[in-house]
Design a protein around this ligand. Sequence first.
Ligand SMILES: C[S@@+](CC[C@H](N)C(=O)[O-])C[C@H]1O[C@@H](n2cnc3c(N)ncnc32)[C@H](O)[C@@H]1O
Length: 234
Amino acid sequence: MTVYGVGLGPGEPDLLTLRGKRTLEAADVVYSPGRLSRTVATHHVPDSRIGDLDFPMTSDPEKLRAAWRDAAAEVAPRARDGDVAFATLGDPNVYSTFGHLRRTLDAFHPDIDVQTVPGVSAVSAFTTALGVEVDAGAGLALREAAQGASPTGPDRMILFKVTDAPATHEGLVDAGYDVTYGRRLYMEQGDTTVTRDPAEIADRDYYTLAYAERDTLQKDRATAFDDTEVAGDA
Ligand SMILES: C[S@@+](CC[C@H](N)C(=O)[O-])C[C@H]1O[C@@H](n2cnc3c(N)ncnc32)[C@H](O)[C@@H]1O
């Protein structure tokens, strides 16, 4: 049988894919690693089929490795008897805890079949929420901006874990970026905010991302726009 990593989407229950929903409904047990993802999962499966996995709030690599070994040891026997789902917000293969579980299962329980059901990631949801068009050929880098960090370099970046927006903003503006922030996009819990003012989201909220674009970036004009006409008119 199989362990399915299921992407729940950004938070609103109707942004789960049909395949994700079918997989959750058919699983014998559904594990979900956080309070919010568990709330989304319980829209689709009864509490009685939600399993418990404990994860310590630590960045100590040894404690984390031990926690993932324990999680894999809990999940593997359940997957030998039936189907297991591990449901995470967004997509399970984008900056997600599911990667730790998959690698640990591969290393310690290689007989277990592991598959993924993709989900709507914050990486794709932000475009609609923030009104950004990612056109063909645009290089878009994913970075982390926890604790006020301001990563720079690429022309366009999505920054995850923006936990101190004013500090992150200062570094980005100094480096020549325009920045838009999105908090709790397509989530049921809490208020959605889209803003260019970091003071509006100065309090810490893990579910905050930013889109940063170099202010010198050339924007494409309308496809129907004729350069020669303009040159002639000028
Ligand atoms: C560890 S990453 C998980 C990404 C997830 N696997 C995905 O595909 O969207 C967590 C970060 O993603 C961003 N994020 C995830 N969901 C979000 C949402 N609904 N609204 C705003 N930011 C979100 C936040 O920056 C958060 O700190």
